[in-house]
Design a protein around this ligand. Structure first.
Ligand code: SAH
Length: 396
């Protein structure tokens, strides 16, 4: 059996059930584990700590599958993990109004590196790590058996795979070719999703609950939706009685889908304006023209994937938040988000507070938002909590 021996004193995070083993903690690798193969992790004293998937070239050298010696990594163990992930979703997301959801959220479901999203009858998977890649065929067969679905599409075309020494990969794995775009339902609204070419696996499923909050608070307000992608927040705002929505994104494909999404929900393009532009530029232009709104949404891409980029990212977040705060009418709402793993909720709040100070406005937090319940956070893996949002009420 291949094994990883830790340096003295480096077993602490494993005893706390954190699933990552960094290369700096490793004293020795015994045997010759192939990428993704299972290794036994032992303390310097030689005690069993965990079974993990080896990532020979990654700075995260191994990721834990299980902490019990008797839970060796077998298809039976993976099946149990998948069963528990699926049971949780059945309990959390009623299928009557929502046909698009995350079924497996990697480490937080005990399946490091594996993401599985469901869009109607189609499963879209991402294998982000060597371990998930190694077990891919087994995982796909188990998913088909446990869900009763037949079609599995892979979207492992993500640059984090390079850190694992893996090539990007995408395409149909099982079943019939996937219709593009697919029309799904979310909270009773209709959305077209391009599972082959869209961002992530096609849709930002993590914002489902927050989009619903926007709908509940939208009545009578004019909206500016920045980083709109395919108009998710725009459709919910109009569904909640917003008077009009200006949606901004730099991707023409995303906006084209956005227009279709509003039509699919019966909204006319009279209530909606679309702008293909850099948001940083748009916000300055709107300020210079003296425009104002009753609500602004800021849902930018990850400015800081890791803590190393946090400082530069902080400047980006401050800039857009400052500009957005100045565009709000008295009593206006700012829905502001960060999905950067490198920016904590605390730091994000401080950045937004700094923006309000410099904007010279009075702003108070009326609500805190986070990723939806189908993106759970294992308590031993706080890194899983990546999406944070604030709803601010703003006055001069
Ligand atoms: N709010 C969306 C998800 C936003 S994802 C939803 O709920 O579905 C971030 C979006 O920002 C992407 O669509 C990307 O195309 C866009 N984007 C990235 N950088 C941008 C920039 N500088 N200006 C405008 N849009 C940008």
């Amino acid at each position: 059996m291949h094994a990883i021996l830790l340096k003295p004193g480096r077993e602490k995070s494993l005893l706390n059930k954190h699933p990552w083993i960094f290369s700096g903690a490793v004293a020795q690798v015994r045997g010759d584990p192939a990428p993704g193969e299972t290794v036994e992790v032992r303390s310097a004293a030689g005690n069993f700590l965990a079974w993990a998937a080896c990532s020979p070239v990654s700075n995260i050298r191994a990721r834990v599958w299980s902490w019990r010696r008797e839970d060796e990594v077998t298809p039976a163990l993976l099946r149990a993990r998948l069963e528990s992930a699926l049971a949780l979703r059945r309990a959390l997301v009623p299928p009557a109004e929502t046909s698009a959801l995350r079924l497996v959220h990697a480490e937080s479901d005990g399946l490091p590196g594996l993401v599985v999203d469901r869009y109607n009858e189609v499963l879209v998977i991402q294998c982000l790590t060597a371990g998930a890649d190694y077990w891919r065929d087994t995982l796909v067969s188990l998913l088909i058996e446990l869900t009763g679905l037949e079609t599995v599409y892979e979207r492992s075309d993500v640059d984090v795979r390079r850190l694992e020494g893996l090539e990007e990969r995408a395409g149909l794995l099982r079943g019939k070719p996937v219709q593009s775009p697919l029309r799904v339902q979310e909270n009773g609204l209709n959305f077209y999703v391009d599972t082959a070419a869209g961002h992530k696996t096609g849709f930002y499923l993590d914002q489902r609950r927050n989009r619903q909050r926007v709908r509940e608070l939208a009545a009578g307000r004019s909206f500016l939706n920045c980083f709109a992608y395919s108009g998710g927040f725009s459709a919910y705002a109009l569904a909640g009685g917003a008077t009009d929505v200006l949606s901004v994104d730099s991707s023409a494909d995303a906006l084209a889908l956005g227009k279709r999404n509003l039509e699919a929900n019966g909204f006319s393009n009279a209530e909606a304006t679309w702008l293909e532009e850099d948001v940083f530029h748009t916000l300055r232009g709107l300020r210079d023209r003296g425009r104002s709104f009753d609500a602004v949404i800021l849902d930018p891409p990850k400015f800081a994937p890791t803590a190393a980029q946090a400082e530069r990212a902080a400047r980006g977040y401050k800039d857009i938040n400052l500009l957005a705060l100045k565009l709000l009418r008295p009593g206006g709402l700012l829905f502001t988000f960060s999905c950067s793993g490198g920016i904590s909720a605390d730091l994000f709040q401080k950045i937004v507070a700094g923006a309000a100070l410099d904007a010279g406005v009075n702003a108070r937090i009326v609500e805190r938002l986070e990723q939806g319940a189908d993106h759970p956070v294992a308590l031993n893996f706080p890194e899983g909590a990546y999406l944070k949002g604030l709803v601010l009420e703003v006055n001069p």
